[in-house]
Design a protein around this ligand. Structure first.
Ligand code: FES
Length: 345
């Protein structure tokens, strides 16, 4: 038995196809040529999150970090775990262009620089090996980097926009142990060739219509560097965007974890209404800035003063804390977009 399925997207476009009874929604979409965002395929990353608007379905495994109980009750689904049981309609809060224009590509890039940018992170600079490769991605999306001489891959957000002449950057957290950390610390050399898969993820800068709030946890900053580069490029075609307030909250554990501050300062001259604040959860005695967590610094009254879009890229507890805070403070005049970001080892 087949069921008619509709997928609706945030730009108003829809696609329709037939799914077999009990078929995984993601498989049915791919079988019909619709390449929905996907990453782990295991119900863990929530890249494939959607909302069931009508119809019956069952879900296989849902990791607690991928969907909250409340989201499950409200019929949010993971496409990779959702089995279609009747004619159904699903909504995805992404532009339909994300699936139709951006195809997952495997490509090679050469290491051009390994820049130590803090005690705990490096900025890995890569150059596309084949400049004829058309690598297109949205600011905020990520790539999987294959770690040389292993069968492992790790996910990292682009730290540049795709308009960068084949030059790529990734902020990589270097941990005491871990397969990628070991490669970056001990083996990575300028001239190494790496294999990457991209673009991935459904966290990206939407059309800018309101004040922007960005919350970065650790190397989650990478996605915002890409978004800010993209925004600066966009101001060349639409100077009005320079008047949009953009506030970045950059949260780390220690001062020594901070990086790319000179780049953030440079954005202030290119985007007159850009500002950033540093928030340190375990600061030294001499630190005089914001101490604590993002929810200690966000100001409900200020946020309620105008419509906003808030983008959060950080560890799952940070995302949940921001969501809970917005609900408890009654701040409902903004739209939240988030990427649960776990530092890869
Ligand atoms: Fe990761 Fe579905 S692709 S949860």
């Amino acid at each position: 038995m087949n069921h008619r399925v509709a997928l609706n997207f945030s730009d108003g476009n829809s696609v329709f196809f037939e799914a077999k009874h009990n078929e995984l929604l993601l498989d049915a979409a791919f079988r019909n040529g619709v390449a929905l965002p996907v990453d782990c395929r295991e119900g863990v990353c929530s890249t494939c999150k959607g909302l069931c608007e009508s119809g019956k379905y069952e879900q296989d495994y849902i990791d607690e970090d991928a969907l909250s109980e409340e989201e499950i009750e409200n019929r949010y689904i993971l496409s990779c775990q959702t089995r279609v049981q009747s004619p159904a309609s699903f909504y995805y809060d992404i532009d339909s262009g994300l699936y139709s224009n951006l195809k997952l590509t495997r490509f090679e890039a050469r290491v051009s620089n390994i820049e130590n940018v803090s005690d705990s992170s490096v900025n890995l600079h890569l150059t596309l090996s084949d400049q004829s490769v058309k690598l297109d991605y949205l600011a905020g999306q990520y790539a999987k980097i294959h770690i040389p001489d292993t069968d492992q891959k790790r996910s990292y957000s682009f730290a540049t926009s795709s308009n960068n002449n084949g030059e790529l950057q990734f902020l990589i957290r270097v941990l005491p142990q871990g397969i990628m950390s070991d490669y970056v610390k001990n083996r990575c050399q300028v001239g190494d060739t790496l294999t990457l898969d991209a673009p991935l993820g459904s966290f990206y800068l939407r059309e800018v219509q309101h004040r922007l709030i960005m919350v970065a946890g650790g190397t989650g900053l990478s996605a915002f560097l890409s978004m800010l580069d993209e925004l600066i490029t966009a101001t060349r075609f639409n100077p009005e965007l320079k008047n949009v307030p953009v506030e970045l909250f950059y949260c780390v554990s220690r001062e020594a974890d901070l990086c790319e501050l000179s780049r953030l300062d440079a954005y202030k001259t290119l985007l007159p209404k850009f500002s950033y604040q540093l928030i340190i959860s375990n600061p030294s005695r001499t630190f005089t800035g914001h101490k604590g967590r993002i929810t200690d610094v966000l100001n409900a009254q200020d946020l309620q003063s105008s419509t906003f879009d808030i983008y959060v890229c950080g560890p799952p507890p940070m995302i949940e804390a921001v969501k809970t805070w917005l609900t408890e403070e009654g701040v409902n005049n903004g739209t939240l977009y988030f990427e649960k970001f776990v530092a890869s080892t």
